[in-house]
Design a protein around this ligand. Structure first.
Ligand SMILES: Cc1cc2nc3c(=O)[nH]c(=O)nc-3n(C[C@H](O)[C@H](O)[C@H](O)COP(=O)(O)O)c2cc1C
Length: 154
């Protein structure tokens, strides 16, 4: 196998943040749910898994899977008018999937999500423009852990 083919198939992870751009009166929960439904279908077809966090007007998303599939998916997401100012926090090879349980799952943070709020409390206000790649991954993994616990209980 050539190096190019091998690297396009190996596991990659991309983390980005962006600003939500929903018009006035738009039901954000319904929009995010629609995004997740579309994502679950598309991502399953190309082996992409991930997590989408929607919080205080921001999105933070992890996409992981074969490099080519992750980049194609991210390019499509970039053109979506429901967000803007996308900033890649990290992109590159990954040892293992951190969000392998979900083709895409979305999460909003509620006051009862103590662990997430603790992670976020490292900043006075939630501002992904100053979030490091490591902090973003930690945040999304915390979100994923809480999602898993709530799923198990439910
Ligand atoms: C924040 C955000 C995250 C998204 N994540 C994904 C995703 O993981 N996978 C996906 O297929 N589409 C995702 N979408 C939706 C895509 O932008 C796009 O609307 C969808 O893939 C359908 O594309 P198409 O109309 O070109 O078929 C996301 C959109 C937004 C705004």
């Amino acid at each position: 196998m050539s190096e190019a083919i091998s690297s396009s198939r190996s596991l990659h992870r991309l983390l980005y943040s962006s600003r939500q751009k929903f018009g006035p009166g738009v039901d954000v929960d319904a929009e995010v749910e629609a995004i997740v439904l579309t994502s679950a279908l598309n991502n399953a077809l190309v082996g992409v898994t991930g997590l989408l966090l929607a919080h205080e007007g921001w999105f933070v998303q992890a996409l992981e899977g074969p490099a080519q599939a992750v980049m194609t998916t991210y390019q499509r997401i970039l053109n979506d008018p429901r967000h803007a100012d996308s900033r890649v926090l990290s992109a590159g090879p990954a040892e293992q999937r951190e969000f392998g349980d979900w083709d895409m799952c979305a999460r909003r943070i509620s006051a009862t999500d103590d662990a997430i709020l603790t992670t976020l409390a490292q900043r006075q206000a939630f501002d992904p423009t100053t979030l490091s790649a490591a902090a973003a991954l930690r945040l999304l993994k915390t979100v994923a852990g809480i999602k898993q616990r709530t799923t198990r209980v439910a």
